[in-house]
Design a protein. Structure first.
Length: 158
């Protein structure tokens, strides 16, 4: 991945990458990031978990993504936590919607996603909420008009 700053209005930025993460408390976590964001992330739950019909849990969050060059993305998120196939871990899917962007992300908006897993250590670690995990990111954000407005403009263009 490169550190090239987007410059053109309407330019798309691929948000591909990966993160390893650690929950610090019951509602907060940190991650080391590589890819489109090469730095760190801080995430925090903003709602209680609600059970879905299929047994998975959903909740809202926010994230601060901090790139090594000082650029930043602030997102509001929807997370879904489910049982892992191995019975010892959980699946984690998050949809991130950009609400503020600085530095090389200035003027960007859009939504991207991650998928991965979490594993909580047994006994004392579980009560301390010190889960570890990994996620992969996909999707893109766009400089200029929010994606929904741009799609409407493109549809109406002659």
């Amino acid at each position: 991945m490169t550190d090239q700053a987007p410059t053109a209005r309407g330019e798309r930025i691929s948000m591909e990458g990966a993160a390893t993460l650690l929950t610090v408390t019951k509602t907060t976590g940190i991650g080391a990031m590589t890819g489109a964001v090469n730095g760190a992330a801080y995430g925090e739950s903003t709602s209680e978990q609600t059970e879905l019909a299929d047994g998975r849990l959903t909740y809202t969050m926010f994230h601060q993504f901090l790139d090594h060059d000082g650029s930043r993305l602030h997102t509001i998120d929807r997370a879904v936590l489910g049982p892992g196939a191995d019975g010892e871990s959980s699946t984690l899917e998050v949809e991130y919607t950009v609400v503020e962007a600085t530095g090389r992300f200035e003027g960007c908006s859009g939504t991207f996603r991650s998928r991965g897993w979490l594993k909580t250590p047994p006994d004392d670690g579980a009560s301390a909420q010190q889960s570890v995990g990994a996620v992969r990111f996909e999707g893109e954000i766009r400089r200029g008009r929010p994606a929904r407005q741009q799609a409407k403009r493109d549809f109406l263009a002659p």
